[in-house]
Every structure is written in C-alpha cells, then in structure tokens.
Design a binder for this molecule. Structure first.
Ligand code: FES
Ligand code: FE2
Length: 361
C-alpha cells in the first residue's frame, strides 16, 4: 500500500468537469433492467439521446434516438417484434439501427441508418458501450451479488445536476459522513483518512475502526441494536469509472447466542454522464442476508435516501458555484490526505481519455 500523495497547495489535478470528460470505450450503466421493456425508454447518455427497448425475444437494444428522416424521437414510437417503428411516418429499424422498411416506398434507403450500441445485462442493470463498437474488449464489472439470493439488494436513482466526477469523488471519500451526514448516517468516527492503493486498474481504500456503534441506517438489516459497539472495517473499490463499492465489514464481538457475528453491507455507486452538467446516479445498498422483510427494506431505503438527498443538494450547489464563477476551475483547490482515492479517479480518467486520443485541461 502506498501513502496518499499530498499535492502542493494550489496545484490542480485536471478533472474536466466543465467539459465533455466522458470516456467512450467502456461500459456505463444505461438503466435498471426492469426499466427496459417493450415500451421504448428515452435516456440521455454521454450527451447522446438514446432509445432503449426490449425485443420480443427478451434481448435489449439501444440506438440513437433520432429518426434519420425528419428527426422524430424513435422513443415516441413503438416496438414490433425486434423492430422499433418511428411515430412520424412509420419507418422501421432493426436492432442494429438499419432501416428495414419505409412504408411509403418500395426502396428502403440504405443511408437511413442510425448508430446502435452494444448492451449487456449484468446484476440489476443494463450496461451500454457508447464508443467504438469494435473496441469492446471486456465485459461489465462483476455485480452478480445483486441478483444472488444470499443477498438482499435495494436500489434507487437520482438525476443530479452536476458533472459525474463530482459524484464519483464524493462516494470515494467518505470522510464527509461525520459532517454532511451528521444527522443521518451518524457514523461520526470517520474523521481520519483511509489508506488507498491500486490493485491493477482498480482503485481501493481500506480502514479499520475501533469498537463503536454502527450507523443506525444499517442496524435493522443485520438485526443489531443501534447502540451496540461493533468492530468495523471499511473497504472501497472502484473497478471502473462507472461503478464503485463501499463495503462495511461489520463484526459483532459479542453476538447473541445462535446469531451471526459478521456481516457485509455493500454500497454500490453507479454514475453515468447524461448531459452537460447532469449525471444519472444509480445507488444500491445490499446486505449479505437473504430475504430481508419489506419493512426492513423500506426503512433502510428511506434512511439512505434521506442521507443521499444531502449529497445531491450540496453537490448541485458546488456545481452551480463552479459553473457560474468566471474563474471556473481556475481557482484554488487544496488537496488533503483524504483525497487519495479522488486523485486516483482523476488519474484513471486522464489515462482513459488519453487512450482515446483526448486530454483534459
Ligand atoms: S421522421 Fe421518422 S419516419 Fe419520418
Ligand atoms: Fe455522502
């Protein structure tokens, strides 16, 4: 493990958050699986209008959401078998974006072709590759625990009016919990920085804590009393820029007889750039406990949302400040020891963009 680099005061590490800073050649999450049905779904992804739908065979399809005839959004049309049909003059397109029928004429115009995108279903999500379709060299990150019956998984969604990097860095530096979430998470012992390191291309952090009560947000999921001191290790991983996990490894040193002493609570933070200054944020929370009751799920989700509302509110205010200030990003940015993971995000981002022949200011 390395120690966190401390950058000199005033040295800004580029993050490009006022520009198009989205790598194309990687898997991003487009939607929850259940959102993609035979009714077309319109969604902006990486400043591109995309229509997603499910064919009669159950496959997912994604393409540019703009008919090449007179530009009607195909998402306003309907699906027939594997085809999507434009609502305006009825042109039909297959899942690769090729026009296969123009109802008013015999000839199908060959030029009537729209970009289509590869999709995958993994865990709770539909993933999309928006870049060079011939450059696909990997599958989406492993999120199989989300559909594993030994886990209970809950999820939610936010449309956040910020660049995606602000959310990504937020969820990788949880030392903001005792401050921003003092009245929600109430995990007020997180006031020192974790160790951060790279495991291949995966950003990791780890930190152990002494006996202390666990955040009440998670106690119900494990059946723990809210005031019981437990041991806890925090482990974070960011396998790709699209997704990171925050594991709360809980150890109850004095479990009641017949009860488990160890649990994992896994936060999942998925960000997808939408439009300039807008980000899709799909959050997940899971316990390695099967079939938690609806009541526990509802209570936990409600409390998680109350905390994440605080992030959304502050991050949007930060973006507004940065966007409206004529100095933009050219303003003092101090880096602290707790920014180890955030700095690595920017480094991974720059490397990824450079591989696509781009760079950030
Ligand atoms: S705009 Fe789509 S068929 Fe005319
Ligand atoms: Fe937060």
């Amino acid at each position: 493990m390395d120690t966190q680099p401390i950058y000199p005061i005033g040295q800004r590490i580029p993050n490009g958050m006022l520009e198009d800073n989205y790598p194309r050649n990687m898997w991003w999450v487009a939607a929850l699986r259940e959102e993609v049905t035979e009714k077309p779904l319109a969604r902006w992804l990486l400043e591109t209008p995309v229509v997603l739908y499910r064919t009669e065979n159950g496959d997912t399809a994604a393409m540019y959401d703009r008919c090449p005839h007179r530009w009607a959004p195909l998402s306003e049309g309907h699906v027939d078998g594997s085809r999507i049909i434009c609502p305006y003059h009825g042109m039909q397109f297959d899942t690769k974006g090729n026009c296969v029928k123009a109802p008013t004429q015999q000839m199908t115009p060959k030029s009537a072709q729209i970009p289509s995108y590869e999709t995958r279903e993994a865990g709770a999500y539909v993933w999309i590759w928006m870049g060079d379709q011939s450059a696909i060299d990997c599958e989406p990150p492993d999120v199989s625990y989300q559909t594993d019956p030994n886990w209970t998984f809950m999820s939610g969604y936010y449309d956040v009016a910020v660049n995606w990097v602000l959310v990504r860095e937020n969820v990788l530096d949880l030392t903001h919990i005792p401050f921003l979430h003092a009245n929600t998470f109430k995990q007020n012992d997180w006031v020192t920085a974790p160790e951060t390191y790279m495991d291949g291309d995966t950003i990791c952090y780890e930190q152990e804590f002494d006996l202390a009560p666990l955040s009440p947000l998670f106690c119900a999921g494990m059946g723990l009393p809210e005031d019981k001191p437990i041991k806890r290790k925090q482990v974070g991983r960011m396998p790709t820029l699209a997704v990171s996990f925050s594991d709360w490894m809980v150890h109850d040193p004095q479990p009641e007889s017949g009860r488990r002493s160890d649990f994992v609570v896994r936060g999942c933070h998925i960000v997808t750039p939408a439009q300039r200054g807008r980000t899709h944020y799909f959050w997940g929370a899971a316990f390695d406990v099967p079939e938690l009751s609806d009541e526990v799920i509802e209570k936990t989700s409600k409390n998680v949302v109350a905390a994440f509302d605080e992030d959304k509110d502050l991050l949007e205010k930060m973006q507004t400040q940065i966007s409206n200030d004529p100095r933009g990003l050219n303003y003092l940015e101090v880096t602290l020891g707790a920014d180890g993971a955030g700095i690595k995000v920017r480094q991974v981002l720059n490397k990824k963009l450079e591989a696509e022949g781009r760079s950030l200011k």
